[in-house]
Design a protein. Structure first.
Length: 246
């Protein structure tokens, strides 16, 4: 875990792209990203499954086994997770997991964190709270939860949806472990988040949703006679990674 943990730097945060398949992951490695995460929405939607209900454990594990051949640090979104799921992805080559509380009692999530760290102490556990995810958030509740998770042994804490600079700064001040923020294109810049003390910035489902938009835009451009985006990855570059070992 030490190499991955060291990427969470104050003033120079880890920008973590989240992937759902091998080809884009390999191109991101070639672009110089030292670590990648998985996106549960991307994995779920690609397989025709719903996100957030624990339906993609097998698919996520298969993805980890494929991505493990890449020269990159890998952390995996295991949704609400379990000790068994954390152990499985660690054995498959992951160095970290993201595990969300789904607003269940904080004591339950803290217990899961302790059990995971007891079983796989080298695994970087990023403890997510959903106080601000797709709902108006309560800062006091968020701070209380992330403190509890850090005390339980979490290596980092994650509050997706948190956007106000003052709120982010308050969370950073409340815990000693790295704070992870979900990048919101209309609210955040990497430089501003770095100034607030954020040490990890995730893209979440952003890249997956952008890829879907690009697919539709390109197909309609072909149909309607509009220009196609230039500088697409050439066939040979994409095909070159199709024979990854592992």
């Amino acid at each position: 875990m030490s190499g991955f943990a060291a990427l969470h730097r104050a003033g120079d945060p880890l920008v973590l792209p989240n992937v759902w398949e091998v080809a884009s992951a390999r191109l991101l490695v070639e672009a110089g990203f030292p670590a990648l995460g998985t996106t549960s929405l991307g994995v779920a939607a690609t397989n025709g499954l719903p996100d957030g209900v624990g339906a993609t454990e097998a698919e996520s594990l298969a993805l980890v086994r494929s991505l493990a051949a890449l020269p990159v640090q890998l952390t995996v979104d295991i949704e609400t997770g379990s000790v068994a799921a954390a152990v499985a992805v660690a054995e498959a080559g992951a160095v970290g997991v993201n595990v969300e509380d789904a607003l269940r009692p904080a004591a339950e999530h803290a217990t899961l964190i302790r059990l995971v760290k007891r079983e796989v102490p080298e695994l970087f556990v990023n403890a997510r709270t959903d106080t601000h995810w797709q709902r108006p958030g309560d800062l006091a509740e968020a701070v209380s939860r992330v403190r509890r998770y850090a005390d339980a042994g979490a290596d980092g804490v994650f509050i997706p949806g948190l956007s106000e600079p003052a709120d982010i700064a308050a969370v950073v001040a409340a815990v000693d472990v790295p704070v992870n923020i979900l990048f919101l294109p209309d609210r955040h810049t990497v430089a501003a988040l770095a100034e607030l003390g954020v040490r990890r910035i995730s893209t979440g489902s952003l890249l997956f949703r952008a890829a879907l938009a690009a697919i539709v835009d390109t197909a309609t451009a072909v149909r309607d006679g509009h220009p196609i985006r230039p500088n697409l990855p050439p066939y040979a570059q994409v095909n070159a990674g199709s024979g990854l070992p592992g």
